[in-house]
Design a protein around this ligand. Sequence first.
Ligand SMILES: *[C@@H]1O[C@H](CO)[C@@H](O)[C@H](O)[C@H]1NC(C)=O
Ligand SMILES: *[C@@H]1O[C@H](CO)[C@@H](O)[C@H](O)[C@H]1NC(C)=O
Ligand SMILES: *[C@@H]1O[C@H](CO)[C@@H](O)[C@H](O)[C@H]1NC(C)=O
Ligand SMILES: *[C@@H]1O[C@H](CO)[C@@H](O)[C@H](O)[C@H]1NC(C)=O
Ligand SMILES: *[C@@H]1O[C@H](CO)[C@@H](O)[C@H](O)[C@H]1NC(C)=O
Length: 329
Amino acid sequence: MDSRALLVFAVIFCLGCKGTFSCPKRCTCHFSNKTTEVVCPDVSLSRYPSDSLPGSATSLTIQFTNLSNVTAPDLRATPLLKELHLPGNRLRSLPADLLAGLTHLHTIDLTGNLIQELPPHVFHHAPLLNLVLKDNLLTNVSADWLPRSSSLTWLDLSGNQLKESPTGLLHRLTRLEVLHLSQNHLQELPADSFHSLFALERLYLDGNKLQALDSKAFSGNANLTYLFLQKNQMDTLPPAVFHGLARLHYVDLSNNRLRFLAPGTLPAGIGWVDLDGNPWHCNAKLAPLWMWLNSHSGRSEPKCASPEGLKGRVISKLTSTELGLSPAH
Ligand SMILES: *[C@@H]1O[C@H](CO)[C@@H](O)[C@H](O)[C@H]1NC(C)=O
Ligand SMILES: *[C@@H]1O[C@H](CO)[C@@H](O)[C@H](O)[C@H]1NC(C)=O
Ligand SMILES: *[C@@H]1O[C@H](CO)[C@@H](O)[C@H](O)[C@H]1NC(C)=O
Ligand SMILES: *[C@@H]1O[C@H](CO)[C@@H](O)[C@H](O)[C@H]1NC(C)=O
Ligand SMILES: *[C@@H]1O[C@H](CO)[C@@H](O)[C@H](O)[C@H]1NC(C)=O
């Protein structure tokens, strides 16, 4: 019997029955050979559906419901869970022992809840690889949420109210590959924020209030490939900030407050750079950027914001005379 036949069997003969193939009211359950997926999307659900959850569940999704709390005893009914998706509910916090006994859980998604605080050690009890806390109300992130030996590869803290980089927590995440910190209120990054993220490949810092970067901000991140810095308030970049990032392929610097870039700031071998939406001031001081733009194809077409006579002109198309350089002979 293939898994589809098994599923049909399960649905036809076991609707509502207890035991291996049971499924809570208002949820759908997909049973296959190796996985059992439960999805509970009912907006009127306000209690955890502990009654008839199949003990074999490997993936549980309760989304866009009125659920306001989940407890460790609730989850004990499904010890084989690998993924727990709880987006769009009304959770305000989680108990510290929530994940105790979930020795297979690698993914927890808490997007779009009302979480303001979490207790110490809250994510210690499961071998998490992916942790999503996007679009909550977090103002503080504590280092002890995760263990020192954490294997986390994906952390999403975007859309919260963080004013400071979660440096203490990040120092524990030496295997992190993707970090989302977009859409917070970050104003500055301590120089060592990302120093332990040796495996980091994608870093999302867009939509914050960053005014500057330390020249060594990314010096520990030799694998950094995609870097998102758009929609911040940076008016300068340290010339060495991208040095040593041999894999850097994509940098988005659009919609900041850059007027000039020092010579050598942009790496020669980079695949794509977005520089649009900055108030570039087109005079002789912009010559390094003008020359860089004219020798790279992987880039946006940034325009002058000033002086008045050049406003709106595409920088790369300016003549050297327009830029105020003495004409070449
Ligand atoms: C279960 O999966 C294994 C390997 O994927 C396959 O060999 C076997 O036939 C499957 N059994 C059923 C009942 O589908
Ligand atoms: C959700 O809960 C709130 C308050 O607990 C209640 O007023 C509301 O009617 C509930 N919504 C649904 C769809 O059950
Ligand atoms: C969890 O939420 C339910 C429904 O709102 C409530 O009856 C119950 O008391 C809550 N339990 C805890 C531990 O907060
Ligand atoms: C949370 O962060 C704010 C500033 O972002 C700080 O003033 C406050 O002391 C922090 N609270 C805790 C418990 O760390
Ligand atoms: C960097 O990326 C390469 C290729 O994906 C990988 O083999 C290597 O282990 C990574 N380095 C670290 C420190 O994760």
